[in-house]
Design a protein around this ligand. Structure first.
Ligand code: ADP
Ligand code: MG
Length: 711
């Protein structure tokens, strides 16, 4: 059947004008549906119930008090509006053997009439023991004649929004189910092979389950009908992302083969050999950069695994080929650390490294931007300021993004569009290397990063002593103080990380955007610790310091002029001071697992024994207890990530990267692992065979949402 709607590109994203006249009353209703993600008529079919009410059978009153909502039938005996203690409509009913009291606190005069004595009522709700006997509070009421037929299927309850009643929504969905063609986008042979049910059959099962359905498997979404819908959803996600992946191979990028001049020189100048994992990741990237289509590679590796060095090698390969490189980090502190390290490694090789951040004085910024525009700067390091309007690269060949999950879609799009005027053939774009120290569980990366290539550095440089973690109740603060004194006396340094304070329930994710309360705590802690350790040099770093001030403190810490550094979570990522072997984290119970892991990774960077002390305050929530247990038991970033995913869902891992996130509503990345793998295989096969079903499947499932995938 021909799709009556115009092709996807031409169609406005939202709101849609549904055909089929009586379906939607007007723009107000359309807005409400849009809030539920319903923009096209097929979205109604895919708006699946949260749960069901069983109105397919009657329960005798005597058996109704089970705590479960049930349907009962009874006749009104008497009805009365009482005024004390509150205006209440009280209705006494009977089914001939038992009695039931109904109570309504808010009611209309029409309801009083509806429940006049002698009327036969069908009531749906929970029966509970009340003051007079068994009662129902605010049941769903319908007046019926004796022997009126019961519902033929369970009644679906849908996610809805204010001003859109279940009855209305149900009406729209029923209409869609009755009028839309719900043919299968998958071949029968494929369904048989994958042991999946038909699409139409599954949709009808979920919207209109028969009375004898296995309710438990519907509720926990393991029913075969749910499996089919989840599979389709995952398939749509995989199709969209794999298509994006293939499309990229058709675009052009500068070819930058490994010439081994600068890269070998760097390797030779290092006091240590590359780890096996670094070599492997580096070889893959070297190969990618030699291709004429843009690389989009995510380099994952646990905290301290040495990603920066791999990035430096990639940068040198681009520079050897006479292309410019940009390295972008989410905070100034981190960008600066990179600058110091890379300048140290690359300047001796004659590479021109420059620094650009939003906070530079206008004149310095202008000079930096000009050197970039002239092509003089070979490696530019900075924050997102690197990709703001005024900066134009002469020949950008490679963009490296550290902690990529902290950047938003808009920032990454800006970055992709920064190829300079000489970027080779028309439309050539820079290669991109993204780095993340937040390990992503395999299923999550298969799902959300299906449009990227992924390399993993799965080993730490040798000679590291694992960090020992201690959980300490804050009442034992004295011991902690003693610990710091001892360890600083031995010539090592320590961090004291101040609590992350949640405002309106959302932790501040960005070091530079900490809230006032957090700052206050940091200042107070700083004063207290200075008084406690009059003989130690105590420093303070937080997000509100001017960049020069921040740099000064960090430099002092690096040079051991500061022994104890009080810091807010701005040091969460990337800070690298191997002589710091002790970290105290206050209010650890408030922090997320990924954050604790990152923080703890700031110590244990040298060969000395390191210790992380997690101070916590009681009472602990179950979630906090679980998190502390996990961080105490494991130092393996992947294991921690897996636990975090179980505890909190995928949000933290995806961060600002939204492309894949809105695409999954039903599938569960922990529980539906097998389906993710199947969907990946089927998607690749469908795309290779240029199956016509690809377009239709995507249109059904993603429709207007496809634009998310462009980033
Ligand atoms: P991350 O992956 O967390 O960004 P870094 O790149 O900051 O890790 O590396 C952590 C530390 O390990 C740095 O001090 C770095 O110089 C050092 N390092 C990197 N690679 C090696 C190696 N192969 N052997 C020894 N030390 C290394
Ligand atoms: Mg790093």
């Amino acid at each position: 059947m021909a799709d009556p709607r115009p092709p996807r590109e031409a169609r406005p994203a939202a709101p849609f004008a549904p055909s089929g006249g009586d379906l939607v009353a007007g723009p107000a209703m359309r807005d409400k549906l849009a809030k539920l993600g319903i923009h096209a008529r097929f979205d109604l079919v895919l708006h699946l119930p949260l749960r069901y009410e069983d109105e397919t059978r009657l329960t005798p009153l005597a058996e109704a008090g089970t705590g479960e909502p049930v349907l009962v039938e009874a006749e009104v005996v008497e009805s009365e509006v009482k005024y004390r203690p509150r205006r209440t409509l009280v209705v006494k009913c009977s089914d001939g053997r038992s009695e039931l009291w109904l109570r309504f606190l808010n009611f209309y005069p029409s309801q009083v009439k509806q429940m006049a004595p002698g009327r036969r009522l069908r009531l749906f709700g929970e029966v509970r023991p009340g003051f007079f006997g068994a009662e129902m509070v605010h049941p769903k009421v319908r007046v019926v004649d004796e022997g009126a037929p019961l519902a033929a299927s369970l009644t679906p309850v849908y996610p809805t929004t204010a001003g859109l009643s279940q009855a209305n929504l149900r009406g729209f969905i029923e209409h869609a189910l009755d009028t839309l063609l719900m043919d299968d986008t998958l071949e029968p042979e494929l369904l048989a092979r994958l042991a999946l049910r038909g699409f139409r059959e599954s949709v009808l099962m979920l919207h209109r389950p028969p009375p004898d359905v296995d309710g438990a498997s519907l509720a926990d979404r393991t029913h075969p009908a749910w499996r089919r819908l989840k599979f389709d959803e995952l398939l749509a996600q995989q199709l969209a992302m794999r298509i994006a992946y293939r499309e990229r191979r058709g675009r052009s990028a500068p070819r930058m083969p490994d010439r081994h001049a600068l890269t070998n020189a760097l390797v030779k100048s290092l006091p240590f050999p590359l780890t096996r994992a670094q070599k492997k990741a580096w070889a893959t990237i070297a190969h990618d950069l030699g291709q004429a289509h843009p690389m989009r590679r995510l380099l994952q590796g646990d905290v301290g695994s040495g990603k920066t060095l791999v990035a430096a090698l990639a940068a040198l390969q681009a520079i050897e080929n006479d292309w410019q490189v940009a390295l972008m980090a989410p905070t100034e502190i981190l960008a600066e650390q990179h600058y110091l390290k890379l300048e140290h490694w690359l300047a001796p090789l004659g590479v021109k490294v420059s620094w650009l951040a939003g906070s530079l004085k206008a004149r310095a910024k202008k000079a930096a931007a000009e050197a970039i525009a002239r092509g003089e700067t070979q490696l530019a390091i900075g924050t997102h300021a690197l990709f703001q309007g005024e900066v134009a690269f002469a020949r950008l060949g490679l963009a490296i993004v550290d902690e990529q999950h902290r950047f938003g879609v808009a920032q990454r799009l800006a970055l992709a569009s920064k190829g300079g005027p000489e970027s080779g053939p028309a439309g050539a774009e820079p290669h991109q290397l993204m780095m993340s120290a937040t390990p992503i569980p395999r299923t999550l990366s298969m799902s959300y990063y299906a449009d990227l290539d992924v390399s993993v550095i799965d080993e730490l440089p040798p000679g590291r002593t694992p960090v020992v973690t201690k959980l300490v109740d804050e009442s034992r603060r004295e011991e902690v103080i003693r610990r710091i004194r001892e360890s600083c006396a031995e010539g090592t340094q320590a961090y004291w990380v101040c609590p992350l304070i949640e405002e309106r329930g959302s932790p501040s994710r960005w070091g530079d955007a900490e809230n006032a309360l957090q700052l206050k705590t940091a200042l107070e802690t700083f004063e207290t610790l200075k008084a406690t350790f009059p003989d130690l040099a105590v420093g303070l770093v937080h997000g509100r310091l001017k960049p020069e001030e921040k740099a000064k403190v960090m430099e002092d810490f690096k040079a051991r002029r500061v022994q104890l550094l009080v810091a807010t979570t701005v040091i969460e990522v990337g800070v690298d001071v191997p002589n710091a072997t002790l970290m105290v984290i206050e209010h650890a119970e408030r922090m997320g697992l990924a954050q604790l892991h990152q923080l703890r990774g700031r110590v244990g960077r040298g060969s000395q024994k390191s210790l992380a002390i997690l101070l916590y305050h009681r009472p602990l929530s179950d979630l906090a207890r679980e998190r502390l247990r996990t961080i105490y038991e494991s130092t393996d970033g992947f294991e921690i990530a897996r636990r975090d995913l179980q505890l909190r869902g995928p949000g933290e891992y995806l961060g600002a990267r939204q492309s894949g996130a809105p695409l999954l509503r039903f599938a569960d990345l922990e529980r539906d692992t097998d389906l993710i793998e199947l969907a990946r295989d089927v998607a690749d096969a469908m795309i290779s065979e240029r199956s016509h079903a690809v377009e239709r499947h995507l249109d059904r499932w993603l429709g207007h949402r496809q634009f998310y995938l462009k980033a």
